[in-house]
Every structure is written in C-alpha cells, then in structure tokens.
Design a protein around this ligand. Sequence first.
Ligand code: PHE
Length: 494
Amino acid sequence: MENREQWGSRAGFILAAVGSAIGLGNIWRFPYMAYENGGGAFFIPYIFALLTAGIPFMIMEFGLGHKYKGSAPKVLAAVNSKYEWLGWVQIVIAAIIAVYYAAVIGWTMNYLGFAIDGAWGTDTKGFFFGEYLGLTSSPTELGGIRWPIFGACALTWGLTWLACNSGIRGGIERACKILIPLLFALVLVFIGRVITLPGATVGLDFLFTPDFSKLTDFGVWAAAYGQIFFSLSIGFGIMIAYSSYLPKNADICNNAAMTVFINCGFSMLAGIMIFSVLGSMAHSTGQAVSDVAGAGVGLAFVTIPAAINTMPAPLFFGTVFFLCLTMAGVSSHISIVEAVASSLIDKFGASRQKAVTVLCIVGFSLTAVFTTGAGLLILDIVDHFINNICLLFAALVEIVLISWVIGLDEVREDVNAHSDFSVGKLWAFSLRIITVLVLGYSFLSSLYNKITVPYGGYPMSDLVMFGWSILPLAFLVAIFLQKKQSHKQFQHYS
Ligand code: PHE
C-alpha cells in the first residue's frame, strides 16, 4: 500500500481547504456581484446554489479524493482508465491559473508597499495603468518587463514553493494555520474601524437593500451558481488533491459543509468591508455609492486606493487591505500549485521536492509574461475565458461523467461510512439534475455569448491566441499525458 502524506489535524485540513476557497474572488468579486444581482435578495439564489451545488459538489470532490487517494488524473484513472484525460484537463487549467494568479498577487504585494509610502498619489487610475503597469495598447505589444512586478512575482512563487516543498503537514497546513486566522482577524479589525466612518452604513444599505424583482431573472441564478463554483475552487482538481491527504476515517460531509460555510461567511465579511469603504468614500466626495461601486482589478487597485486617500488613517487601511488581499491570494495559489504538483507526483512517481521545484521555476518563467506592459491585457483575456468557458466546461464534464456515466454509489458509500450526517437521494438529485442543468445552461449561454460578441473589443487574433486556444491546448496536453507511461502506483488504490 502506498504511503501517502496526511494532514496533521482536521482543523488543519479545513483551514487549508478554506485557504484555497477564500481568494481574491471573495474580496473583489463577491461584494459587487451581490450588489448588482439584487443586493440582499441575491442571498436567496446564493444560499440556494450553496445548498444544491456548493455543498453536494464539495462532498463529491472530497469523497473522490478520499476514496481513491489521489490527484484528479489518478482518481479518474482509478475509476476508469479511459477518463484520465479529464483530470489532466482540469490540471492544465489550474496550471494556467497558477501562472497569472501569481501576477495579481505580485500587484497586491507591490501595493502593500505603496500603501506604506503613499506612492499611488491622488490620480490612482493614472498611477495604476500608467506609471505602475506601463500598459501598452495591445496584448501582443509586450513593452518590456516591469521590475517591481517581476520581483513581487518571484516572491509569490518563492512563498508557494516554500509551502508546497515542505509538504502537506509541515508546509501547506502550517502556512494556512497562520494565514487564515490572521486574515479573519485583520478583516474584523478593518471592519471595526471603517464602520465608524461617516457614510459607511449608507454603503451597507446599498449592498443589502433587497431588490426581489431580480429573482425572476434566470441570469441572476446562473450568476449565483457561477460564483459558488469559482469561489469554492471546485472543478479544478484542487479539492480532490487536498482531500486525498485525509486520513481513512475523516468525516467528509461535515468537513465539506464547514469549508463551504466558512467561505461563505468570509464573503459576507468582505462585502461589509468593501461597501463600508465605498460608502465612506461616496460620503466624502459627494458621489453616489452606485457611481463608485465596481469589481475586480479596477476596484482593488484604483477605487479602493482612491477611497483610502479620503479616509483617516490611510496607512492603517491601506496596509491592512492589501495584506488581506495578499494573504487570501497566497493561500489560494498554494492550493493550485499543489493540485498540479500532486498530479505529477502520482503519475510519474517524482519526489515532492523535484515536482514542486520544477513547477515553480517553469511557472515563474511563464508569469514573467504577465509582468510586462501587456500583462494586464493578456490576463484580462485569459482570466475571462478561464472563468466563463473552461471552468464551466470542466465542472460540467466532471459532474456528467461522475453522476451519470460512472454513478455516485461508490462515492456515496465511502462518504457515508464515516460521516456524521449521510447523503442520499437529495444529494444525488442536486448533482445529477440541478447542478447539471444550471451548469449546462450557463456553459451554453456563455459560449453563445462569446461567439456572438467578441470579448472586450479585442481583435479576434488576440482572443484566439489567449482565449479560445486554452481548451484545445488543455485537451492536447491531457491526451498526451494520458498516453504517457505511468508510475506503478498510479492505477492502484487501497
Ligand atoms: N476560490 C478562489 C477565489 O475565490 C479562486 C481560485 C480559483 C482559487 C481557482 C483556486 C483555483 O478567489
């Protein structure tokens, strides 16, 4: 029997899974998504998606990793060697995310420095796109490496290397045991201070005021499901890899529910944090909250710095905010790299140190492209296609394959054997019917949308090179890897 590493404790595993789930998306994506899709009313589709897709899917992925003791390709090969490719498709997507996610963490690290010396000035937009990123006019016009970003990315990859190289218990678990409690504490301290500023509660009103008319819009429900999948890091082979290090008698259902609820709780806190800041800014500049609300890169690197300029104690707010983003990002990055590393270790019998070191060197070299003046433009296209096409596709194929073709019985048996509460018909119905229908709809409508309206006004050649090519590329690599001779333990599980 194979001697697989194990988590040191249950809390350690949950903190690591939560560390993967809580990422930049919780802070810069969730609050705006809730605000735009019905405010307080959004919590109805969100909670519904959480119960019918988030927890069931998480139980399934934890169950697969736990039962077959392997990374996604190994699990799928163990189920049926014909399906190994799907695991690799997920892993290639995860690897691409690892490359550009590191660049964004690099920006948050640089901004942590700028918060200290006030380098972003008063024109935060001009500073970010001009002086800092040196943005070029096209994704193919690279415009040279920006050295502060390059240095911060090296640090990001270095930290991830340190955690993954030191192993499950000694590296990843130890890192998440520090990062996640500290992250919660910092967000609470931030909220405790910001909530006392004039205008902060007006911002919260904007976030939470329910608009129930939105609930009749199916797009809002699809958005809630999309957010749940992205936010929980499911469909990338990440949670499968993490749960493969669980001990034999681990309680899968409880662990899954806890991971999902903690992630959801953090999203709410992030919503309160962001909208209090926006409310306070709107109050001091005389604007409406709706004028300053936004998401993503623009929110984190342009609006929030501008808001912090208008707040008392900018040093406190600036450093805490960017520290939170950095910590949330690093713990997710570790999980993405671990998913890829564990697949290589399983398949080729490589040592952890060798697999992680090679991955981090290659990953960092590729991240260098995102540290050039065209970095943001390339990242924008890659990220859009990953989130709107690749992620939906990978999760959809996984759920159809496992719940319809292979069947859920074996996983269910394994999961129920050690869990406090057991899963049955409702769980299977959620996965086989509800999740398949919503993911199927979301994928097809997103695909149609992308075909009819070229994303972001970029030239088709750029969209093909950085967007449309990802999935075919992932397939080619996956088929190549499936055909490769595997290490002897790959097909066996106990
Ligand atoms: N779940 C993370 C977030 O919400 C993002 C993430 C995506 C992490 C994919 C790992 C893999 O930001």
